[in-house]
Write a protein that binds this ligand. Structure first.
Ligand SMILES: *Cc1c(COP(=O)(O)O)cnc(C)c1O
Length: 395
């Protein structure tokens, strides 16, 4: 091994999963595009197919490039096993379909990612799964709901787009008492800032499309956790066919080399910008867990090493018209639906996280129409603050 058991996340971002010596001694992970792996020896083929010997058979099931990506995330999350999918929703729907059958109850919160919320509100109920969604920060209500029996507890923290914080350790304990599998969507925090497994979760998943890839040029999803649970998810995924493509895995690996560097910079930038915005007269509210004024600040301090690159805020006046003007003035940001990239990205929930919801549904969810979601990039802090200043002055 090149590094010890206590290797830091910077080292794991660079070296994790890359112990293998690849063909021709190349130092970089090759992109294995071959769909199938051939065996002259039928007995060996059989052993690999049965999992008695390491190796690969068919691209929908496993692939060497994809495997290195899964290993890197597994190591960063401190998990036993990992498997992946073509997108974040590919892995999320896979996890839900693996563990939930007609009559089962799943407990989750109202602020899950828009696509996940559609699973709970539309597709799972259609399969006869009872989905109970509680107020995101009402820990007592979630615990009460869990005590009624629950097959799966699904959490996400920090949440999208109002950056709420859920106490993972507390609810993982309550989930386990109810006999539930505890899942956490760790996309916003990244494994650099938060490790849900360490806090008691059974499974942690990511939309790798966001911070893991970090360059807004590739889609992917990954889940890690206990071996027996991951094996079941993998079994569903190999049949459902939403496998991560080798070229995508390569791009994710390339992006992840700098994961630790990027996230540390995003943590710093976001903290400085949150303080700046909080003090600005044109701003109504700032949602960032690093601020003492944030309702989940105490929990965040306990379970996060950094507060992340995601924040949101509302403008004085709380009208969509003001937001439209503000966004049109903002220069140093893509106005786009994604997040977690090296570039700063700004958007409104109506076109990003909750594009799947109607205006009425967003109102019920407590998402102000004037909310701006701001994904902080790795630019210089002073330049971002300057840009925000001129945009706020211009409205
Ligand atoms: C984007 C996102 C997803 C979905 O990921 P895709 O890769 O777009 O399918 C899930 N959860 C969170 C928190 C996200 O931000």
């Amino acid at each position: 091994m090149r590094y010890g058991k206590d290797a830091g996340r910077g080292t794991l971002s660079v070296w994790g999963g890359e112990e293998h010596v690849f063909a021709e001694n190349t130092t970089q992970v090759p992109v294995y595009l071959g769909v199938a792996h051939a065996y002259e020896d039928v007995d060996e083929w059989k052993d690999v197919a049965l999992g008695k010997k390491a190796g690969h058979i068919y691209g929908r099931n496993t692939n060497p490039t994809v495997h290195v990506f899964e290993e890197k995330v597994r190591l960063l999350e401190g998990a036993e096993a990992a498997t992946s999918a073509a997108t974040g929703m590919g892995i999320i729907s896979g996890v839900l379909c693996t563990f939930l059958a007609p009559g089962d109850r799943v407990v989750s919160v109202k602020d899950t990612y828009g696509g996940t919320s559609v699973m709970f509100r539309e597709f799972l109920p259609r399969q006869g799964v009872v989905c109970s969604l509680r107020d995101t920060t009402d820990h007592e209500a979630i615990e009460k709901e869990l005590s009624r029996g629950c097959k799966l507890l699904y959490l996400e923290t920090p949440t999208n787009p109002t950056i709420k914080i859920i106490d993972i350790a507390r609810l993982a304990k309550a989930g386990h008492e109810a006999g539930a599998v505890v899942v956490v969507d760790n996309t916003f925090a990244t494994p650099i800032n938060q490790n849900p497994i360490e806090l008691g979760a059974d499974l942690v998943l990511h939309s790798a499309t966001k911070f893991l890839g970090g360059h807004a040029d590739v889609l992917g999803g990954v889940v890690c956790g206990k071996k027996d649970l991951v094996k079941k998810i993998y079994h569903y995924r190999e049949i459902n066919g939403a496998s991560l493509a080798p070229m995508s895995a390569y791009l994710l690996l390339r992006g992840m080399k700098t994961l630790s560097l990027r996230v540390e910079r995003q943590n710093e930038n976001a903290m400085a910008i949150a303080r700046f915005l909080e003090a600005h007269p044109g701003i109504d509210r700032v949602f960032y867990p690093g601020l003492e004024s944030h309702k989940g600040h105490d929990i965040a301090i306990r379970q996060m090493r950094g507060f992340g690159g995601m924040m949101s805020f509302t403008l004085k006046g709380n009208s969509f018209e003001t937001v439209r003007k503000f966004l049109s003035k903002l220069r140093l940001a893509h106005k786009a639906a994604n997040l977690g990239a090296v570039e700063t990205i700004a958007g409104v929930p109506a076109t990003t996280s909750h594009v799947e919801c109607t205006a009425d549904e967003r109102k019920v969810l407590g998402i102000p129409e004037s909310l701006v979601r701001y994904s902080v990039g790795i630019e210089d802090t002073k330049d971002l603050i300057q840009d925000l200043t001129q945009a706020l002055d211009g409205i």
